[in-house]
Design a protein around this ligand. Structure first.
Ligand code: AGP
Length: 614
């Protein structure tokens, strides 16, 4: 998954491109580059490394020009190096292109182009695309926009591209299919293009989200034209962004991840805003209004997602089955899309995705949709691809999540799923009025309880320091907190590179207990609730093998305190809401261990914020 940014207007493009790329580095950061057109010259600067390395690389070079494109890469074809970095230039030297996605039929296209005299420097599929457009332009004698359109007719795959031609120095041409692209409409004929709105919002709030198949032609004098997949001109629909610039800054925190962990009282509150009405004792989910009956009558709900979103979906399974008494299956989107699942018009699919751009989740949606299922999206990015292809949905309103490791998005997703389960359960009468009100009151109180438990940070940091050199870790939970154990393990491994596994606490006896020794930290969620006594027994089993226990307990717990090596107290709440509280200490432990290990917390190695390729 990569970051794309482009500019045409009356200002110097270079600083706009560089700042834009820095906002997009969370999408991929193994190499970066820019291309600028100035007085007939087409200058391309690119190198392996981060955007700051690119800035050093361009020192002393000609960076003038009021039209340009920029790219930060997460390698798919060809290793991260200077040659494979984008932008890629056609062998004629006239065209230059940046790309997010995968050209699946690049190999045969490359062979054909070689036969037609084109030469290649890189291993990438992108270089094939820019030479294909160049070839079409020369062969057909057409302008850049038409050449892009015709060339894409032979392309199979996913792309968001922006192309420049030094023969047409006032024009940018962009196209998208399955990878996001947003157009910013500035003042005095200025136009911006980017993979999402974060590089655009500081310049303009007026944006157009390109649809699949759209071709955008931006001329600094003639303005913006968009053609749809049938090559018909379409009127751009201009959205006004609600995002604010300060949401994109670190706000005094050392890392975006820490900021986003501490934003959770507000982001959880925002995900409930306008949906939970305590005075009226009701939950109003605008997104399901037209499908409420379908949910009430649902014989089955299938939840699809990846990574952290899949973990939120697993909490959703416990929520819907316990509160709304609807059978739920939770599927990894990447497995679901390829196993020819049995799915039909009676099924509801809930697709969960922070970015709204995850390729596997998008593909799972398309498959389910093609078989008549109703698709409900739970996304965080407004206007994202998933948000636009689902029948209905609910935004999580967590605000931009920049840190690659998902934190506030998870708790916002779980909050939305909780609201959904309560709304349906109330309609179906599957929970008593008193339980409904108790859960509603407790949910309303969650932001304040998160605020309170965040005050434990110093203690959590102390514990992190003890276990920062561990080679392995085990996370145990039961019932509602089993998915939290999985999420806690994912957090640790993806930012500190310590191997970690999440397990149902009882299941540990069926194998993983063999791993327990005095070197193994075991994080156990042992809060008061239905399975508390059972978890205490599991803790004793670990203790008997000299495992180190770090337990997340309910405030005032004395039993586990007498058994564990460390306890982290969280406020009491209803069982179904424990995931919202118990995950936070695990996020903080992972964060501090990763920092103490000198890891790049916001941009962990090999990872990207949104995996828009298979
Ligand atoms: C979580 O910390 C990871 N960054 C990753 O597992 C992520 O949750 C997954 O790629 C799904 O992303 P999405 O929610 O944007 O679809």
């Amino acid at each position: 998954m990569c970051g794309i940014v482009a500019y045409v207007g009356d200002k110097n493009a270079y600083p706009i491109l560089i700042n834009g790329l820095k906002r997009l580095e969370y999408r991929g950061y193994d190499s970066a580059g820019v291309a600028l057109i100035n007085s007939g010259a087409l200058n391309v600067y690119k190198c392996q490394g981060k955007v700051s390395d690119l800035e050093a690389h361009t020192d002393g070079k000609d960076k003038a020009g009021t039209i340009g494109i920029g790219h930060t890469r997460w390698a798919t074809h060809g290793p991260p190096n200077d040659v494979n970095a984008h932008p890629h230039r056609s062998s004629s030297g006239d065209l230059v292109l940046i790309h997010n996605g995968i050209i699946e039929n690049y190999a045969p296209l490359k062979e054909e182009l070689k036969h037609r005299g084109h030469t290649f420097k890189s291993d990438t599929d992108t270089e094939v695309l820019v030479n294909l457009i160049d070839d079409v332009q020369r062969t057909e004698g057409v302008d850049l926009a038409e050449a892009v359109r015709l060339a894409l007719e032979s392309v199979v795959g996913a792309y968001a591209i922006v192309v420049l031609d030094r023969k047409e120095p006032d024009v940018m041409v962009a196209a998208r299919k399955s990878s996001p692209l947003v157009i910013g409409i500035g003042e005095n004929g200025e136009h911006f293009l980017a993979s999402d709105a974060t590089p655009i919002v500081e310049h303009t709030k007026n944006v157009v989200y390109m649809d699949d198949g759209d071709l955008a032609i931006i001329d600094r004098h003639k303005g913006l034209k968009i053609r749809n997949i049938k090559n018909q001109e379409k009127t751009p629909f201009i959205h006004e962004l609600e995002m604010h610039l300060e949401a994109l800054e670190k706000g005094g925190y050392d890392h975006f991840m820490l900021k986003e962990i501490f934003e959770q009282p507000r982001s959880i509150h925002d995900s409930m805003r306008g949906r939970l009405n305590l005075a009226k004792g009701e939950v109003v989910m605008g997104g399901i209004k037209d499908y409420e009956q379908k949910f009430v009558n649902a014989k089955r709900i299938i939840i699809v997602g990846c990574g952290t979103s899949w973990h939120a979906g697993l909490v959703g399974e416990y929520l819907f089955e316990e509160i709304a008494r609807i059978p739920v299956e939770v599927e990894y989107a990447s497995e679901f899309r390829y196993r020819n699942p049995i799915i039909g018009e009676d099924d509801i699919v809930i697709a969960i995705s922070q970015s709204g751009e995850t390729a596997d989740t998008l593909a799972a949606i398309e498959l389910a949709k093609s078989r008549g299922a109703t698709i409900f999206g739970v996304c965080n990015v407004v206007g994202s691809s998933i948000a636009r292809v689902t029948h209905a949905g609910a935004y999580t309103h967590a605000g931009p999540e920049i840190g690659v490791a998902s934190t506030k998005a998870f708790t916002a997703q779980v909050t939305v799923l909780t609201l959904l389960a309560l709304a349906i359960g109330q309609k179906k009468g599957t929970l008593t009025g008193s339980r409904f009100y108790r859960l509603l009151n407790e949910l309303e109180a969650i932001p304040a309880k998160v605020e309170k438990l965040l005050k434990n940070e110093a203690q959590i940091k102390y514990i992190a320091d003890i276990y920062k050199d561990a080679s392995n870790a085990l996370y145990l939970g039961r019932g509602f907190t089993f998915p939290v154990a999985l999420e806690g393990a994912l957090k640790l491994k993806e930012i500190s590179y310590i191997h970690a596994e999440g397990y149902p606490a009882a299941e540990m006896k069926h194998g993983p207990i063999a791993l327990i020794d005095e070197e193994m930290p075991v994080f156990v969620i042992a809060t008061k609730g239905a399975s508390y006594e059972k978890v205490v027994s599991n803790i004793q089993e670990v203790k008997a093998r000299k495992g180190k226990i770090i337990a997340i307990v309910t405030e005032g717990d004395t039993v586990v305190k007498g058994l564990a090596d460390h306890v982290i107290e969280i406020p009491a709440t209803e069982d179904p809401l424990v995931p919202l509280l118990s995950v936070v200490p695990l996020q903080l432990i992972s964060y501090h261990i990763a920092v103490m290990r000198g890891c790049n917390v916001d941009q962990p190695r090999n990872l990207a914020k949104s995996v828009t390729v298979e």
